[in-house]
Design a protein around this ligand. Structure first.
Ligand SMILES: Nc1nc2c(ncn2[C@@H]2O[C@H](COP(=O)(O)OP(=O)(O)OP(=O)(O)O)[C@@H](O)[C@H]2O)c(=O)[nH]1
Ligand SMILES: [Mg+2]
Length: 303
């Protein structure tokens, strides 16, 4: 019998099995990060500007409440501009210092780098430390996988030292890098938190390339994509026409079928190949062909 309880209709993903993905190398990386914290003056946590809350590791700030800390929301070039402004305002209201970044723009990166020494010096002054800092500022770049940590490090370093790639898990070890402008920087592997308790959260992290993608059916990721943009009232922001569609699909099934037909992705007997359609949609999304989309809004947005 069909279950029509409101909670199920409002969250079609509730009750689906979680992947529970938390590989051993992330546990090891988390321990190494915790050990290295005492060596640094500042923790810089990178999150994805398209989902600044869901891509934030809640344990980092909580574990080191007294360490100078800066939140950096990267990939702003892929996020909705107005939504990023609302997030900026919200972080400011929370008393949290947050910097919105496009790590591929050098001028933007330089602006960020200018802040680091200032934050460290301010925090020394607040603690009553009067002696000057006669050594480079040491900072640590942390965050979930694939958020652009190594890209940022490379932007600051003339000889592109850190390996980058469009997949989670490119950086495997902590790596110290000395920059020209009096900064020593520790690039760390991306880490997730051990327990993600909501299927929607796993689906969002997969869509953003943060969770390994072969753990979840691509068709489910596309269903989530459609659901979330409709739910946020954002479906008009999606460049459906880039997929060759002339109308906004009402849900994932309609989108997958339309795209399979449109691109001739058919199985024997003319059946639409929904898996291939889903992979094509995710690829176009990742290549920024579907427009600038933010997937969550700050709590109680005031504008
Ligand atoms: N559009 C856009 N892409 C970015 C930005 N920053 C990084 N990228 C891309 O995101 C992908 C991941 O970048 P990495 O620097 O390897 O990410 P990481 O956080 O070091 O990843 P791990 O080492 O896996 O933890 C690469 O394909 C980058 O080119 C940005 O600001 N905008
Ligand atoms: Mg990396």
């Amino acid at each position: 019998m069909k279950n029509n309880t409101p909670s199920i209709t409002s969250d079609p993903f509730a009750g689906m099995a979680l992947t529970g993905w938390y590989p051993g190398h992330m546990l090891k990386a988390t321990r190494q990060m915790q050990e290295a914290v005492s060596l640094v003056d500042l923790i810089v946590e990178l999150v994805d500007a398209r989902a600044p809350a869901s891509t934030r590791n809640p344990e980092i700030r909580r574990s080191f409440p007294n360490k100078p800390f800066l939140l950096v929301a990267n990939k702003t070039d892929l996020a909705d501009h107005a939504a990023s402004r609302l997030w900026e305002k919200w972080f400011a209201e929370q008393g949290e210092r947050a910097f919105f970044l496009d790590a591929r723009r050098i001028a933007n990166v330089r602006g960020l780098a200018g802040l680091w020494r200032q934050i460290v010096l301010e925090s020394r002054a607040a603690r009553g430390v009067t002696r000057p800092l006669n050594r480079p500022v040491r900072l640590m770049i942390v965050g979930v996988p694939n958020v652009g940590k190594s890209t940022l490090v490379n932007r600051l370093h003339s000889r592109n030292k850190a390996k980058v790639g469009p997949k989670p898990g490119v950086t495997r070890h902590n790596q110290w890098i000395a920059l020209d402008n009096d900064v020593e920087l520790l690039d760390t592997p991306g880490i997730l938190w051990p327990r993600i308790l909501d299927k929607k959260h796993e689906l969002l992290l997969t869509l953003l390339g943060i969770m390994k993608e072969d753990l979840i059916q691509p068709t489910l990721v596309v269903e989530y994509f459609c659901w979330i943009v409709h739910r946020l009232g954002n479906s008009e922001a999606v460049a459906w026409d880039a997929l060759g569609l002339t109308t906004t699909p009402k849900d994932g099934a309609e989108l997958l079928n339309a795209l399979a037909q449109r691109r001739g992705l058919l199985l024997p007997g003319g059946i639409p190949d929904l898996d291939r359609a889903a992979i094509a949609i995710i690829k176009d999304f990742r290549n920024a062909r579907l427009g600038r989309i933010t997937f969550e809004m700050p709590p109680k947005a005031t504008e």
